[in-house]
Write a protein that binds this ligand. Structure first.
Ligand code: KG4
Ligand code: ZN
Length: 330
């Protein structure tokens, strides 16, 4: 019998449930953006309460979309970390409840591993590959030599790039999450209006730094008499170019240093239009293979958790030792 995995992700502010089998697939994401928008960021306790309210509905919708029922499920998978502890606890407790009730095996998944394999839902890429994980909490470069074989090559020393997008959006008086808004406004701005510095550029390191970029924008805004539409669009475009250029520079450095020909992008910021465009150009120009996640699977979702779990269906896990771990590493 082939596996049919029911998966949950409640690591941050999206309540997601997905089903993945050879003939069935669904992916339900209930966003909390409207709730957190008014605060310009995520309120952890409120996020957990909203997960609690929505997880049952997300599960029902996932079964409806996949046109199957609990009797068809062979495995349950859940994100155990990293993420916000109150949020993670909702998903882990809910998944464990189903595991006890229906006597199914539980597969614990690292949220970052989920992001890495999101692109694999549509297409495979050969190992080894380098993955650039860019999200609200991560800006990490890993060498991936197989399932579970991950070597950290570089990471942000301060803010994650998605966090920088969200903070810059708040400074500019825009909504939450900032990434998609800045991405859109950039299209109406001139990227050479402001020379926004690129953290750790031209330095012999695969680490990143984004706190300086954010401070630079803060100073620009404080000095500007008004936040005109043109000013906001020009800052957005200049900021976006600075971020994308440094992400490309370090990623190419990693591919060359480790002599790797396959690149995977992962995480919410991999939805960014300029990052996708520049990486695609570089892939053609330099001749490496590029795997971009479909736009719907860049940000948090449970289908990527189900995909990561599909590689582990034969592994045995001790149910009692599975727990939420907000600072879980790969
Ligand atoms: O992976 P994700 O959904 O959640 C985390 O695990 O953090 O990523 C969310 C992040 C947010 O910071 C959001 O602003 C950013 O991804 N993001 C984008 C875009 N879409 C989402 N950043 C830049 N451009 C986008 N189009
Ligand atoms: Zn994520």
């Amino acid at each position: 019998m082939s596996a049919v995995i029911l998966a949950f992700d409640t690591s941050c502010d999206d309540t997601s449930c997905a089903i993945l089998g050879s003939n069935v697939q669904s992916n339900v994401v209930i966003s909390q953006n409207i709730i957190h928008e008014q605060y310009g960021g995520i309120m952890p306790e409120m996020a957990a309460r909203t997960h609690f309210e929505n997880i049952d509905k997300a599960t029902q919708l996932a079964f409806e979309q996949a046109n199957c029922c609990i009797k068809d499920i062979t495995h349950i998978a859940v994100t155990i970390g990293p993420g916000l502890l109150p949020s993670l606890l909702v998903g882990v407790s809910f998944a464990k409840g189903l595991v006890y009730r229906y006597n199914l095996p539980l597969i614990p998944i690292n949220h970052i591993e989920g992001h890495i394999f999101a692109s694999f839902i549509e297409k495979d890429i050969e190992f080894p590959f380098i993955v650039l994980i860019v999200s609200g909490a991560h800006t990490h470069l890993y060498l991936v030599e197989g399932i579970g074989r991950y070597t950290l090559l570089g990471k942000t020393l301060d803010d994650a790039v998605g966090e920088a997008y969200d903070k810059v959006a708040r400074i500019l008086g825009l909504g939450y999450p900032g990434g998609p808004i800045i991405d859109k406004l950039s299209k109406n701005g001139k990227a050479d209006s402001f020379k926004i510095p690129k953290g750790l550029s031209k330095k012999n390191t695969l680490n990143f730094s984004f706190s300086g970029v954010k401070t630079y924008v803060k100073n620009l805004v404080e000095k500007s008499p008004t936040l005109s539409k043109t000013f906001v669009c020009d800052v957005a475009a200049s900021f976006q170019r600075s971020c994308v250029e440094i992400l490309c520079e370090k990623t190419i450095m990693a591919l060359k240093k480790y002599n790797i020909n396959n690149l995977v992008l992962a995480g919410g910021v991999s939805a960014n239009s300029l990052l996708r465009e520049k990486m695609s150009e570089l892939s053609q120009h330099l001749g490496f293979k590029l795997l971009l996640p479909p736009l719907s699977l860049c940000t948090d979702n449970a289908l990527m958790i189900a995909k990561a779990a599909s590689f582990k269906i034969n592994a045995k896990f001790d149910l009692n030792s599975i727990d939420a771990n907000p600072s879980l590493t790969l």
